[in-house]
Design a protein. Structure first.
Lengths: 114, 112
């Protein structure tokens, strides 16, 4: 039972254009969402997060949008740069037990081409 | 700060062997976690700890054990390695009041 889904395993975008990565969730107890970026042979690194009381959060080139009614969030990267090429994981946490546990999606491989 | 460190980086085990994956964090985080990532899959939680002396099972705990005797260290023990445990293992930590997890570089384990 995949509670956090990233249906696009890969995405290719030209440098300078917008990258949009999508994530869907099924558990309505999730109240906090995060995006992580992962390079090969490294651990995931935190990128941006959003609480369920908000519908948008911006940090520089990165913006996360949350649509609670649709149980959908998206990460926008504008403008996309070659260094953004990585795997992006969506994660969710909330009132599903203690310990700030996170449930991860399967990831989307972003490739930013010159 | 070194953040979250993991050793070893790589290991090959034979079926039935045992080993301990080490994890140390120097951020004084209360919470620590072990995840595994199989090819094409997301990270699945194996065990977590909310403080020294307190551990609990995650989504996929079978075949593993953990202990948390200090705030800094959270080792993961594989007692009887099986091919299904071939994976990349990530340790992470976080503050109790901050849900952002900080990850180590991972341990790539192959069981043959």
């Amino acid at each position: 039972d995949q509670q956090v889904k990233q249906n696009s395993p890969s995405l290719s975008v030209q440098e300078g254009r917008i990258s949009i990565l999508n994530c869907d969730y099924t558990n309505s107890m999730f109240d906090y969402f995060l995006w992580y970026k992962k390079y090969p042979a490294e651990g995931p690194t935190f990128l941006i997060s959003i609480s369920s009381i908000k519908d948008k959060n911006e940090d520089g080139r990165f913006t996360v949008f949350l649509n609670k009614s649709a149980k959908h969030l998206s990460l926008h990267i504008v403008p996309s740069q070659p260094g953004d090429s990585a795997v992006y994981f969506c994660a969710a946490g909330g009132l599903t037990g203690g310990g700030n546990k996170l449930t991860f999606g399967t990831g989307t491989q972003l490739k930013v081409e010159l | 700060n070194a953040g979250v460190t993991q050793t070893p980086k790589f290991r090959i085990l034979k079926i039935g062997q045992s080993m301990t994956l080490q994890c140390t964090q120097d951020m004084n985080h209360n919470y620590m976690y072990w995840y595994r990532q199989d090819p094409g899959m997301g990270l699945k939680l194996i065990y977590y700890s909310v403080g020294a002396g307190i551990t609990d099972k995650g989504e996929v705990p079978n075949g593993y054990n953990v202990s948390r005797s200090t705030t800094e260290d959270f080792p993961l023990r594989l007692e009887l390695a099986a091919p299904s445990q071939t994976s990349v293992y990530f340790c992470a930590s976080s503050y109790a009041r901050d849900r952002t997890g900080y990850f180590g570089p991972g341990t790539r384990l192959t069981v043959t």
